[in-house]
Design a binder for this molecule. Structure first.
Ligand SMILES: [Zn+2]
Length: 306
């Protein structure tokens, strides 16, 4: 481990090298967590591919991934350039809305608050710096959408209503997927190096949402994610009830469900799903290959993306 600067914003942080890997992991308090290729970590971001005036878009793209249920990215100059093309050019009113949506995701539900420090968290608003974000925070306060500041920001009723309207007009993507799986540290490798890249390999967007584990209190974001996805991946390793519930909801809505299970859990599968074929895997690398091939075989009309 060595002391490094964030490749995106220059903030001083600790970089952790993955053992046996050329990738370094960066945890920037401003930009969020990402890993970087050896080349990028050594030479920095190429200013011709990623001009300094667009860095704020890259910051927003990285920082917002966890609240969108997206995996930690591996940055190369090419992924940085692609990310910036993906980020919309928001006008200030849109940025205020995006900040409200970030607060809604961070609070998770009414009754909870989130901590925000505009010095560190301005990428949530697609802002170029803290002072721009501070303006959007004030607008949200004056508009009656949020209350509090610093460590205790909450959405008001009007704030939750507006967040709900904004979410409902967000176009459902033909490329979106939903992954139901056990949220346990030991499964992070399966997500980061197995399921998420397998889905990306086929041109779809991997997405998982940490929801309530009790079916009576299933998170609204989980239901919305299942409704709008093209297909589901359900990994039943750990035999979590929420995974079966989410997969069953998907089946009921007519979605294709691809079942996966780590081999050591094969004999503990819920009997109701034994009739379905499962992708049985041993390592994240093995899972990536088998799941990718299954998606290509099972999802109709799918052409591999260039
Ligand atoms: Zn940074």
């Amino acid at each position: 481990m060595s002391v490094e600067k964030c490749l995106i914003c220059g903030h001083v942080i600790a970089e952790v090298n993955f053992p046996g890997s050329a990738l370094g992991r960066f945890d920037c308090p401003v930009c969020g967590a990402y890993s970087a290729s050896e080349e990028l970590a050594e030479d920095g971001i190429d200013p011709h591919m990623v001009p300094s005036t667009t860095r704020y878009m890259l910051q927003a793209w990285v920082k917002r991934r966890p609240i969108q249920g997206l995996p930690m990215p591996v940055l190369t100059n090419q992924t940085c350039a692609d990310a910036i093309r993906e980020v919309p050019h928001y006008v200030p009113a849109d940025k205020m809305d995006q900040l409200l949506l970030a607060y809604a995701a961070l609070c998770e539900r009414p009754g909870r608050s989130c901590a925000q420090d505009s010095n560190l968290d301005y990428p949530y608003a697609f802002a170029a710096a803290w002072d721009e974000c501070h303006v959007y925070q004030r607008w949200l306060g004056h508009g009656g959408f949020v209350e509090g500041s610093g460590t205790g920001i909450t959405l008001t009723r009007a704030g939750w209503e507006r967040a709900g309207q904004l979410q409902s007009i967000r176009p459902s993507s033909e490329k979106s997927t939903f992954v139901a799986m056990w949220f346990e540290d030991q499964m992070d490798d399966a997500w980061n190096h197995g399921i998420a890249p397998a889905i990306s390999d086929t041109g779809f967007q991997p997405r998982r949402v940490k929801g309530e584990s009790h079916p009576d209190r299933i998170d609204a974001r989980v239901v919305a994610g299942i409704r709008t996805c093209k297909f589901l991946v359900a990994d039943v390793t750990g035999a979590r009830p929420a995974v079966y519930y989410e997969a069953g909801l998907g089946e009921g809505l007519g979605k294709s469900v691809i079942w996966c299970c780590r081999h050591d859990w094969e004999n503990q599968l819920c009997f109701d799903t034994r009739q379905f074929q499962h992708v049985l895997w041993e390592t994240p690398g093995d899972l990536r290959v088998k799941l990718r091939d299954t998606i290509l075989a099972r999802i109709p009309g799918l052409a591999r993306q260039p």
